[in-house]
Design a binder for this molecule. Structure first.
Ligand code: GLU
Length: 380
């Protein structure tokens, strides 16, 4: 383990939820455009061991375009957008097969999740994507995530999987994001031009100087570059997620980091839950309100979720995923939360037991009208 981290444990081993992102250069053999199977097998073993230890793991895998273009015999050089998208369509299915087979050897099931920026930025879709990932993780499944390259257009896409992985980590409140690529970490100068450049083991704040360094070293670091890694680390810092940048060009790269291999950690000052609650409390303008009874108020103050049975009145008009104000029977504003049902549905299920939700609105969207992770008390 990195000596600078000794006093605070091992952020990777201690994390209950981890997102691991692997870049195309690790996955694909440059000479023939095929999968580096030996490497992938060793990584699959490491991921399985993490899941075996009880950690929830998500994989963000690049490589669909590179694999697909070789498979479809597309010439080298720049492709048209539709050709990239066709390559991704073929390559993604190959990736999915490989992960299913390799993780299956360890008894781990996989699931494919293809996202567009709308899924992480639009609050309604965000809640859906989050619950789907939660359901998979609770079942010990390894979600394999990539951008939905076949539908994402040039203007509306993440474009790089570093940022996509950071958004996923933020969305599921992961404690740790691991970016495996072909660099050892973050240097205090460009190591390709300055022989005295040294690796920075721990970064606790992204200063303008660091941002300048990342910009300058963009070409030296290849496709995604340090700039997108820094952008990812910045998203994670705000979300309370630690980011690890390490070189994946070794077998068992996660073990290498644990054994003290070179890497850079970006460490935030707060936990994902604290960051999420601050975001809910501070930045959202409530679109409506839910008046609750005293039993529900007591449950909320003890850290519980808000169930439909405790709601007496629904005011205003809101969508699923919007922020709402939660008001006590005496008219006091007591909490902010992201609501799991829209205002029409909320009116139909208020006062109902959770088992009755489906009868009233035709589907069961979850027992809670506001889940405790999406709720923050105002006087705390
Ligand atoms: N989504 C792209 C692919 O699977 C990769 C993007 C990236 O490498 O950052 O091919």
């Amino acid at each position: 383990m990195n000596t600078d981290l000794k006093h605070q444990g091992d952020p990777l081993k201690d994390a209950s939820r981890v997102v691991v992102k692997i870049g195309s250069s690790l996955l694909i053999d440059k000479d023939n455009g095929e999968l580096n199977r030996d490497w992938l097998e060793s990584l699959a073993g490491e991921l399985a061991a993490m899941i075996g230890r009880g950690q929830q793991v998500m994989l963000v895998s690049s490589g669909a375009i590179a694999l697909g273009r070789a498979y479809l015999n597309m010439e080298s050089g720049n492709l048209r957008l539709d050709e990239y998208q066709a390559a991704a369509a073929s390559g993604q299915i190959m990736l999915a097969h490989a992960y299913q087979e390799l993780m299956g050897k360890h008894g781990i099931k996989v699931a494919q999740v293809l996202l567009t920026p709308d899924d992480t930025e639009n609050r309604r879709r965000y809640l859906n994507a989050r619950s789907t990932l939660e359901t998979l993780l609770e079942r010990g499944v390894l979600p394999v995530v990539n951008e939905n390259d076949t539908v994402a257009t040039q203007e509306i896409r993440y474009g790089d999987n570093d940022r996509l992985a950071a958004r996923v980590a933020e969305m599921v409140s992961a404690e740790c994001l691991v970016l495996l690529s072909d660099v050892d970490g973050f240097y205090d100068a460009d190591p390709t031009t300055q022989s005295d450049a040294s690796l920075i083991p721990v970064i606790r704040e992204i200063t303008p100087e660091l941002a300048k360094l990342a910009g300058a070293s963009r070409t030296a670091y290849g496709s995604g570059g340090m700039a997108t890694k820094l952008a990812a680390a910045r998203i994670c810092m705000l979300a309370g997620t630690s980011t690890l940048i390490a070189n994946g060009h070794t077998s068992a790269p996660l073990g290498a980091v644990a054994d003290g291999g070179p890497c850079t950690w970006f460490l935030p000052s707060r936990t994902p839950l604290a960051a999420r609650k601050q975001w809910i409390a501070g930045t959202l303008t409530p679109g409506g309100s839910l008046v609750i009874d005293t039993g529900a108020e007591t449950a909320l103050r003890k850290g519980g979720s808000l169930l439909p049975v405790g709601v007496r009145e629904v005011d205003g008009s809101f969508e699923r995923g919007d922020a709402v104000l939660i008001v006590s029977a005496e008219g006091q504003n007591i909490a902010h939360g992201l609501v799991a049902y829209d205002s029409d549905e909320a009116r139909l299920i208020m006062g109902a037991r959770s088992q009755e939700i489906e009868n009233r609105i035709g589907y069961q969207g979850g027992d809670e009208i506001v889940h405790r992770d999406n709720l923050v008390l105002l006087d705390k």
